[in-house]
Design a protein. Sequence first.
Length: 562
Amino acid sequence: MAEPPRKRSRVACTLCQARKRKCSGDQPCITCAQFGSDCHYDLQSRRKRDARLFQLQSAEASPSLTTPGMRQEPKISPEETAARLSSLDANSGAAFARRLGLKVDPTNAPKLHLFAWNVGVRHPLPTSLPPSGTASTAVPVVETISQEEMRSLAALFFEKVDPCYGFIDRDSFLRQVSRRWLSATADSGLPYGPYDAVLCGVAAFGFLFSRRQACATELQLAETARLILEQNMLSETNPSVEIVTAWVLRVAYLRMTASPNAAWMASCSLMHLMEATGLHLELPSDMNQPVEPCDPETRRRLFGMARHLNVWISFELARTRVVLHGATSLPPTPRPTGNADIFNLLPMSESLDPNKTADPPDLESALRQVLDLLHVLPPLVLVQCNLMLCIYRRLRALNCVISGDLLDRVLALSRKGLQAAREMVASNSPWHQIANVPFQVVCTLLAIDNRASLMMLGDAMRTLREVAAAYDTEVMREAYSTAYLLILLHQRRKEEDTKALKDVLRVNSGVSVQLVTDQDSSTEPHHSLADYPGFSWLSDLLIDIPSLESFDMERIMYTDGV
């Protein structure tokens, strides 16, 4: 049966007209409800026939005029409009930046776009397809780099990546390195197996965290890992733990170096791979059960990494994440180093699923839990900061008023995150958060819009500028220019507000001058603000705020200036 044609509105709201977007004609329309904007229709400027059609559409949607049994959307108040954002947009920093721009200046606001996804695409896209009949082939890792190079690159991985993304046992990995190059010496054929994808993935990370720009060797290693994984996906055998480990490496690498679509689709494939291998399940302690493919701790860490990557990539892209119902995997055991790892943040991250109802008290409690955590390693500080910013965005979408103490802690962690980003830029550690967190901090500071937050804007923009200077990519230039635009629009709005206040003072300045001239200055050499009707509260303000004592408030109030 053919699908009925979609009903189009003949009248668009003012905001949809300014954005040149299709309007649903509802009150509020779908677009305004999504972005939490006031929805207004200027019926006087439209033809009477269109206005009449709009009124008929509104009447049809009214519950009092509907046919019994017909399902209708309930009418919502303006306070509820912000809470009825698109569920998938609830955690999206891109949607938050868009709403911020629309609130300041709907005409010049940045388009809905994922800014500062990472520091930029690591490898340029091929300018042309390979010749017909040819295809890329996987090159054994032993033909690409030497064993000494492999160990040097692995050392960088375990120094910079493993403390945050810990899912590979170092001793086992180094034994595999020795075994791989030994077998290559004995066998001139140099065959490659599934573990070559792991070796290539770790080596690619070593290049990523040691060079600002990719080299041909890094590109070859990443390509070999991809081909091995794709060939394994097409085979009829069940994937091995080595393949799953290589997939985790690839998704993490794509998150830092590739486009959002590539990373999201790879993260979804990884979650389906987890289900296919059963690594999301705890095996009962029964001797009759089959032997686990790896030790339980490795299995739990692999599953935890897969969930973390898929959850946050889906959140940031406002897309559906993969949930493995019936998963029984336990949380990984904390490492003996004493440093908290990324897995203790996973339950709080998953609790922000946009499909779940989150009440303001629950979100505020979650925010306090995140703020109470103590992380030292810069990558984990940024992960904590990113989670905190996400919860804060959810609270703002619900129009919640956050206490001053809690807001101060939000700003303090944001400042700590900016410092962590600068440290990682200096150490050549291009985590995706060094781009994402500073940009989102700029947006959050503009949204808070108080003296403390505006004073932090300089630090946030300096951090974003340092990242853009270190990784001179189109992504970073776009992120920096967009942040600059948001601040510029915010400044213009402030200037317009200031002009409006000045106009009020200018118009009413004559009354103030008359009050001054009516006093007998010869008998009273000094007048207090409390002596003038309507201004006694200013005298109290000077007492409550000692820092204002040096200001000549009377001169300010009674000067006829522009």
